[in-house]
Ligand binder design. Sequence first.
Ligand code: ADP
Ligand code: MG
Length: 229
Amino acid sequence: AELQLLRAEKLSMTGKLARTIAHEVRNPLTNLSLALEQLKDEIDEQVEDADLYFTIISRNTERIGKLISDLLNSSKPKELQLEKQALNPLVREALDLVRDRLHLQSMSLVEGYADDLPDLSLDTDQLKIALTNLFINAIEAMKEEQGQLKVATYWFEDKICLEIGDNGQGISKVDQHQLFEPFFTGKKEGTGLGLTTVQNIVHSHQGSITMDSELGEGTTFYIYFDPEL
Ligand code: ADP
Ligand code: MG
């Protein structure tokens, strides 16, 4: 019961309270970073190890900043800006945001798009946020040179499926159970809010998301959309 309470608390944290806190923290954080930059130029020569201290300070302000923007993204958007549109071009646009990164790490990309999909009611910005989160998780799970990101759309029964797969490290069965929980992360610098965001966005489109993963083999996420909506 205690665990359930904790979960409820965590979930409400990603709601309105999170948004408020995030907004409130962002401004002072920006001021802090600006002041730090100013100070840096003046102090560098006078203080021993100044560089080290500045690195620590800026790494931590960056970390708070990332947490804040993830929090803002993860809380449900007030209202979706839905637009009837084709899914495939939107997926390709989202891929554009990570193409350089894939290229830099010598990872390959395999795309397969069904050409008989009806237009869907989608919020372009929100869906791009969701997809980028999945792409970046995939990239972070894969090895340089060997990584292969697979993106496909197709009909699955009466639903439209958007599949995002990688051949990365995979996720253990235990971790799979907590994957979508806010703040669950397996990364040193992770916020654990990416998949919470993805799930919120998919659900607000009345879609569903499932995944399948094998340790050492890779992970695939499946997002299903109802073409009638
Ligand atoms: P974060 O990326 O900040 O850790 P996420 O919610 O995006 O938070 O992901 C939560 C955790 O799920 C990750 O830390 C990682 O351990 C695991 N994960 C997510 N996607 C993948 C993937 N494609 N392959 C392997 N592990 C993954
Ligand atoms: Mg992530």
